[in-house]
Design a binder for this molecule. Sequence first.
Ligand SMILES: Nc1ncnc2c1ncn2[C@@H]1O[C@H](COP(=O)(O)OP(=O)(O)OP(=O)(O)O)[C@@H](O)[C@H]1O
Length: 668
Amino acid sequence: MKSADLLQDSTHLMQLLESWADAGWLRWLDVEVARFFHEITEDASPLLILAIALTSHQNGRGHVCFDLKHALDAPESALLLPPENAQSTPQYLPQTLFAHISLAQWFAALQHPSLVSQGPGNSPLVLGGTEERPLLYLRRFWQHEQSIKQAIESRLSTQYDLPTTLLSESLNRLFPNAGIKPDWQKIACALAARQAFSIITGGPGTGKTTTVVKLLALLQQVSLTQQGRPLSIRLAAPTGKAAARLNASIASQVKGLDLSSFENEAQIRKDIPTEVTTLHRLLGPLRNSRFFRHHRGNPLRVDLVVVDEASMIDVELMAQLLDALPADARLILLGDKDQLASVEAGAVLGNLCHRAEAGHYTPDTQAWLANVTQQPLPDAFLDLNGTTKDQAIIMLRHSYRFGETSGIGHLARRVNQLEQQDSSPPIYSLFDRFSDIQRILLSSTPTPALDQLLCDPASGYGAYLNTLHATPIEQLTSASARDHWALSILEQHSQFQLLCALRKGEQGVEAMNRYIEQLLIKKGLIKEVGAWYAGRPIMITQNDYSLNLMNGDIGVTLPYPYQNDDGHPRIGLRVAFLSGDGSQQIRWILPSRLQAHETVFAMTVHKSQGSEFTHTALMLPAYDNPILTRELIYTGITRAKRQFTLIDTSNQILNNAVKARVYRVSGL
Ligand SMILES: Nc1ncnc2c1ncn2[C@@H]1O[C@H](COP(=O)(O)OP(=O)(O)OP(=O)(O)O)[C@@H](O)[C@H]1O
């Protein structure tokens, strides 16, 4: 059959969609969504059915809608071809089919009032965007985007009329000596203080936490002075891991915060919370439901919510968060706009911050800042037509952690700024200049340097495994001795992590997990093998509220003593997790009780979001893949705190990857 004929008959089109699902390119869910509409609507044209399947496919890839023009212009990148888990190549791929479709034809096929409407209504699909660039949404996602837009607009219309003198004096006490001009941290505090909605974005170590702690001190000082009571503040992060990390860094920042120039120092310090919860816990999960206990009808009792790692929030969760906030509560989002977005649909932070680099502040904002902060905002960041939203988004631009001597910092900045026609020296030359970044060039998988890196007793997996084997569990006779031992193993384990760009393929997570397991057995670092063995690191892959384990939590399987039924002492296995409350308590869980989990010698870059490791190694595949983008590489590099190792097979893959941007489409 000619490929054009497939577009003449819905039954043939459904068969084509099935062949795509068979090949692992479409999800069966996408096919079933298309089939449902094909069956309930007799007059839906094949082009409409095709658009529905592709909209569902795009949702599965993290996009809120389907951009028809982009798909016709660049089918391979728009639709992620070939699939990562390709089983075979279907006879007709989208690009073959798309050659017969014009945008006008496709747009016309979407004019089907019972299935597609242009906005509010009950149709299952919504056509947004413009005629030149139509965007097709499943109604749910369109609705989420609309609620986010409206909620942010309504918050932005609330500006707090803060007394300039009080604000200015408090800011000067919190930022006594601005070294770098302009002091974006001070500017961020001032702008965020006057709005009910604000975003503070910045790369690693630019001081997002430092700034927010000062902002909280400022807001408490203002509230105590003006209203005689502190604000009720909650801190949250999208994952347990990110929450635990913020917990630790906020606690130390609050402790170190110099408030000595405030008369009510003790009171302010006491009123800055340090406990960080996950967003799900904050909103109150309901069993077996995607809805939460808190929503518009039962809002959170808060004056202010701060959410860190906001790049990981998808469109649905953001809509739910905004819905659960009282109308007069403030929301402050922190995050790195250049990181990968959430795996679920919607790159909310990236979309909201797409103008952050250039500022777009109005002359009014410039004058107000000069008055309140005495910071001269350079004209380069001005825009006479800056929107209200622009005035609420602040980008921190100086990394205090990764300065001029840091190879990680140079590498991350270089990846982020690399343009198509870049004339600066090749990115790889950085590896010769800095000792905190290194590269392993793979010729074939068993490379001695790679094995050495993985087994290294000081900074590889050898470290925690050696500690594990150094002390027989029988010698640890008290619960506290076992906890102490497990804590040191977990700490050592978090020092090193191998990240892979892909899940499948020779350099993917699955193959590398098997490879490392075999390697560690060969080196005697893993003694017994089976599904569960001492030393197996695992990651939870779905929230488990009954065990209080969150998606992304990592534990290590360790020997653990128990008594069998006849009272004889035995040694079994338990998985040791750090409790997520930042208290350093150990939780010992029986492997059989764990639900969704996987071995995590290697993890995908996507899964590593919200985590940091002292030494991070990033492995790239030997072939280009649409998943490899600048955002992915940047996210991988910035997971490293002190040491970064790139593992790849040629110069080309990294260069191509950093030139590819994540394609983000949204109406935000
Ligand atoms: N203005 C400043 N002057 C000097 N040091 C600073 C300043 N701001 C932040 N720092 C230091 O830089 C380091 C990183 O700061 P912070 O943790 O606040 O950054 P961050 O953006 O939240 O980092 P990340 O999210 O990557 O963990 C900390 O050690 C902090 O004390």
